[in-house]
Every structure is written in C-alpha cells, then in structure tokens.
Design a protein around this ligand. Structure first.
Ligand code: CDP
Length: 269
C-alpha cells in the first residue's frame, strides 16, 4: 500500500517536474526520451521540430508536438483496446507520455495500401494507385545510410530479428494497418501508408514484441477521401500549406481535440 502511494506520488511529481530534473536518454529529430519515474519506463517528449528528407529540410512547427502527443495516445489506446500490445502507459501532460522502455528493433516497418512516396518513385507507379494487397516493407534504421530498404534475407543474416520475430512483426503490422485504416475510413480519411517501429520487452526469460515509438501524421500518409487533400507530413515535405492546420483537422475529425487548444490567442479590442 505504502509502495503504491509512494509510486503514485513519484508519478504525480513527474507531471509537474521541470525537465531539467530528468535525465535525458536520447534526443531524436522529433522526440526526446527521458528516464521514467519507475524502472522499465521512459518519458517520451514530443518536440515541435519537423524534419524531412533525412533532416535536409527542417523547421519548427508551433503545436505539432502537442498534436502528435494526443494523436499517438489515441491510436495506441485504440490498439490496446483491440489487444495489440504497445508501449503506451499514459499521457503525462501536453507534450509528454509515459511509455514502456524497450529495445528497439533496428527496422522501420512500412505498410502500404496505396502507392506513394518512395514506392512510386522506385517502381514508377502513379501516386494514389491502390495496391493489390497491403505491402509490408522493411528499412534498416540508420540515418547515415538514409534508412535503406532491406529484405528478410538481410534481417536474418545480420541477426536484426529472428524468423519468429519476423512472423510476429508482420502480424503486428497488419493488425495496426487494419485498425488504422478502419479508424481513418470512419472519418473520411484514406490511410495510404505508414511506418511503425517495434520494441522488444523482456518478462523474465520471456521476450515479446510490442508496437513502440509513435503513430501520428508524422509517420502516416493520410488523404481526405473526397478531395484527396493531404493531412500528413507531406504538407511540410512538399510545402502544401500549414502543417498544424492539417494535423488539427485529423485530430478534430477523430474527436481528439474537440475544441482545438492549440490555436493562437486572439486579440480582443
Ligand atoms: O517518407 P518517404 O516518402 O521518403 O518514404 P516512404 O518510404 O514513401 O514512406 C512510407 C511511409 O512511412 C510514409 O507515411 C512516411 O511518412 C513513413 N516514414 C516515416 O515515418 N519515417 C521514415 N523514416 C520513413 C518513412
């Protein structure tokens, strides 16, 4: 009982704790990871930074981190509801969430329903062409190499994941795809493609794989079904307008931000 009270006090303390008091574990392009309040947890902080083309294009987009924190919470909670294991524990505040610490498998797992981006370029298929079935691709996570596409042969030969892991990763990726496609379809949005990352967690001697990192418009391609309007990071990559407006629209349709609290204050004369 006392342990539980101490634990909740520690967690409550984290919510208001200034960032300086936490130990930074890692800083990436869009997120910072801090040590969590309990062993096996970390705090994931969403920055406003946007990068594209392997960080050749950079900007700070007001409110992006707040939106991605909320949207990733929404998708991960939905996955939990349908029994897809993932790292999310709970949201702490506007920009931070508590997640399970895990060992990230060094692969970007991409699922595509419609051709776009690098697949369109590589294979000469017009953007927006529906694929005969969802296609799963793997890229080796290494920014200095530009995350190159790899096959299961590379993955097995270099020991990045075992054959059992690959079976589990494929089934997680396809379940996330069905869930995300359905959630988006219900609000008039087409899930063109997305990327997930997978984490390894250990329960004693037993290891299992869970969905980790984030699921947000930064890592998905989302098009309005009626108009084809892009509501994802391509707005930034291709200079198509205001990125926060696009992400707010996704959040609004999903009921994640009923009254958008990321709009700027208006001056009353
Ligand atoms: O992002 P880009 O067009 O270069 O690559 P892609 O292979 O066409 O990306 C497929 C999907 O994965 C898109 O929804 C990207 O936003 C996402 N992705 C990502 O989130 N992070 C990466 N490092 C690469 C792709």
């Amino acid at each position: 009982m006392r342990a539980a009270a101490a634990r909740s006090a520690r967690i409550a303390d984290m919510e208001g704790a200034p960032m300086a008091r936490r130990k930074k574990i890692y800083e990436g392009k869009a997120k910072i990871l801090y040590e969590g309040p309990e062993p096996g947890t970390i705090v994931q902080y969403f920055k406003d930074d946007a990068t594209a083309f392997n960080a050749e294009k950079k900007d700070v987009i007001d409110g992006k981190g707040v939106l991605n924190n909320r949207l990733s919470e929404f998708f991960m909670n939905g996955l939990t509801q349908i029994g897809v294991p993932n790292h999310f524990i709970r949201r702490l505040n506007m920009r931070e969430q508590l997640v399970r610490n895990c060992e990230i498998v060094p692969l970007e797992v991409i699922v595509r329903n419609y051709a776009a981006g690098t697949m369109s370029k590589r294979l000469g298929i017009a953007e927006g062409t529906q694929l005969p079935r969802p296609i799963v691709e793997y890229c080796y996570k290494d920014d200095s190499l530009g995350d190159p596409l790899v096959t299961e042969e590379h993955i097995a030969a270099f020991g990045w994941a075992s054959q059992q892991d690959m079976d589990d990763i494929l089934s997680l990726a396809l379940r996330v795809n069905d869930f995300m496609s359905g959630v988006m379809l219900a609000v008039g949005i087409r899930l063109v493609d997305f990327k997930i990352e997978i984490g390894r967690v250990f329960d004693g001697d037993y290891q299992r794989l869970i969905v980790a990192d984030e699921i947000s418009p930064d890592s998905c391609r989302l098009w309005d079904i009626e108009t084809g309007q892009k509501l994802d990071k391509d707005v930034f990559r291709r200079d198509l307008g205001n990125l926060t407006d696009a992400y707010s629209e996704v959040a609004r349709r999903l009921g994640v931000l009923p009254q958008s609290n990321v709009t700027k204050p208006t001056l009353i004369n």
